[in-house]
Design a binder for this molecule. Structure first.
Ligand SMILES: [Zn+2]
Length: 323
């Protein structure tokens, strides 16, 4: 016979199971299960809150029954041993957890759906620490953020996340749900990944205009590279052609940058997408001198490169690439 687990909501809103069902599933007599519960209650006052004594009717007679929540169940099931008992314990824990989850979904469907989606995507992408516990992870991000920026205002953290992702993070009093839940729902998945990677690897910091940037640059962060490609309309930053594949060009040559500031070599402000022809032609030349000599030179594209650099230029490193 197939036994099922039925979790019900008690009058005070708790998720509970009945002692009769537990006895049935674990192959015990109901009398024995009740005896175990009474033993637990006698031994520990604190346990009373996990159990609710009630009655049920069978053939015109009333019998005692207990309703127990997840903690109560765990205490009772602790005494059940054997392989089958273990399997049932796991089924119960799973049933309780699914119930809790579905109740949460009932209150904030968009947040829960979103978290599930992010979990799946992040785990599929092999990101360092998936959003297994989104709230904890947001805390974690905040801690990393404080370490990277020295700023410990939560609101500034939210504002920076907004800047990073190109959205305006609202204030708590203007939305129904908590701000961090709003963030989970409204940020694009790629931005969440970017933040997780950036903060987890201690590579997030702030640019001169307060814009959060990743020190990993394009090489450490595919999302940032994609963003840079978009910035240049998927065209070579020098000649403006869309020859594929575009490659990551170091505006200040790697060899030069490596001597002065090796830590900034691959930082995004020094990286622009270019075609293979331009990349080889420029080599280790000084960019402005080389670029201005090219037949494909344009003021507009030169200006774009400068815009890109100043956007990502770091506070502490000002002047490094005044090239
Ligand atoms: Zn080119």
């Amino acid at each position: 016979m197939e036994h099922s687990i039925e979790i019900v909501t008690s009058t005070d809103g708790q998720q509970v199971v009945s002692s009769r069902q537990v006895a049935d599933n674990f192959g015990k007599t109901h009398k024995n299960v009740i005896a175990s519960i009474r033993e637990i209650l006698a031994a520990e006052n604190q346990a009373a809150k996990f159990f609710h004594e009630t009655t049920y009717e069978s053939r015109g007679k009333m019998y005692t029954e207990f309703l127990m929540d997840k903690s109560g169940f765990s205490l009772v099931a602790m005494g059940f041993t054997g392989k089958q008992a273990l399997q049932w314990k796991l089924k119960y824990i799973d049933a309780f957890e699914r119930m809790e989850r579905s109740l949460m979904i009932g209150t904030q469907p968009e947040v829960l759906k979103r978290i599930t989606h992010i979990e799946e995507q992040l785990s599929a992408a092999g990101i360092l620490r998936p959003f297994v516990a989104p709230r904890y992870t947001m805390e974690n991000l905040l801690t990393r953020y404080k370490q990277a920026t020295g700023i410990d205002r939560v609101r500034t953290f939210y504002d920076d996340i907004g800047k990073w992702c190109g959205v305006k993070v609202p204030y708590a009093n203007s939305i129904r749900i908590p701000v961090r839940d709003w963030i989970v729902v409204n940020l694009s998945l790629e931005h969440v990944q970017e933040l997780v990677v950036g903060f987890e690897t201690h590579t997030m910091t702030r640019s001169t205009d307060g814009y959060p940037v990743s020190l990993n640059g394009c090489f450490g962060n595919s999302v940032e590279w994609d963003r840079t490609l978009k910035e240049f309309d998927h065209k070579c930053a020098y000649c403006g052609e869309s020859h594929e594949p575009l490659m990551a060009e170091h505006v200040v040559p790697q060899s030069v940058m490596a001597r002065e500031h090796p830590e900034l070599c691959d930082s995004v402000f020094n990286i622009v997408p270019v075609c293979k022809i331009c990349n080889q032609s420029k080599g280790t030349s000084f960019m402005p001198t080389w670029f201005k000599k090219q037949p494909t030179y344009s003021d507009e594209r030169y200006w774009r490169i400068q815009q890109h650099q100043s956007r990502y230029l770091l506070n502490t490193k000002e002047g490094v690439i005044s090239a």
